[in-house]
Design a protein around this ligand. Structure first.
Ligand code: PEP
Length: 249
């Protein structure tokens, strides 16, 4: 089965419920390819999850931007994966480049979150990517595969896992890598999966690209041979996102 193109809009902590509804309005009216061709997911911040989930067209899905705990308990402010299930949320984004840089810095720290999310049937977008210093030092693949190892150590079934290659230096910065730089890393990552996990997992696991994607540059990333979708931050808040959704077709 071919890997279905996936476009994820990560709204970060932007906006309020009214502003989220404005985005929902233009998405609900957008003419886009059918969900058999392109899968669309948007990730509002926590307080907008339920309003967005209840108003968004049913062929688009909603992701939480975190969700680590198995259930409840004395973990003030944390989101449990069971709560996400009750809200009808089917996706979660873990280890986002900005989270990796600012809050949750080690490769291993997402392990339990990952396991809990998969255990309740959530689909997980998990991000990997190098810093500018690592790229300049020539250790990009070493760093990306170290992050992949921390994920692979926790996953036995890859059906609900999407890897997002998000160079930290390109995420939220407006700095855009060349398509060749992206293709090189993603191709190597897929080869790594094939050698270290299995040919089947390498073939079926979607690897998407994120980092300063916009309406003008989306097509050149969307059409790279090893890219199965896009993870979009700033541009997912604007009608440009509709062009990005259609970029692979
Ligand atoms: C993101 O938030 O995942 C992202 C890639 O941000 P931006 O598109 O703004 O770089």
């Amino acid at each position: 089965m071919a890997r279905k193109f996936l476009v994820v809009g990560n709204w970060k902590s932007n906006g309020n419920v009214l502003e989220a509804m404005e985005i929902v309005n233009f998405l609900n009216q957008a003419q886009v390819p059918s969900q058999d061709v392109v899968e669309v997911v948007v990730g509002p911040k926590y307080e907008c999850l339920l309003p967005v989930k209840t108003s968004l067209r049913p062929d688009f899905h909603v992701a939480a931007q975190k969700g680590g705990l198995e259930s409840g308990g004395a973990f003030n402010g944390e989101l449990s994966v069971k709560t996400l299930g009750c809200l009808g949320i089917q996706w979660v984004i873990l280890k986002h480049a900005e989270v990796r840089q600012l809050v949750d810095k080690t490769n291993e720290s997402a392990g339990d979150r990952f396991v809990h999310a998969l255990s309740v049937g959530l689909k997980v977008v998990v991000c990997v990517g190098e810093t500018l210093e690592q790229r300049e030092a020539g250790s990009t693949m070493e760093d990306v595969t170290a992050q992949a190892i921390a994920i692979a150590d926790k996953v036995s079934n890859w059906d609900n896992v999407v890897l997002a290659y998000e160079p930290l230096w390109a995420t939220g910065t407006g700095k855009v890598p060349t398509p060749a730089q992206v293709q090189e890393v993603v191709h190597e990552l897929r080869k790594w999966i094939e050698i270290n996990i299995s040919t089947e997992v390498a073939y079926k696991t979607r690897i998407i690209y994120g980092g300063s994607v916009n309406g003008a540059n989306c097509k050149e990333f969307a059409t790279l041979p090893d890219i199965d979708g896009l993870l979009v931050g700033a541009a997912s808040l604007t009608p440009e996102f509709v062009d990005i959704i259609t970029s692979a077709t």
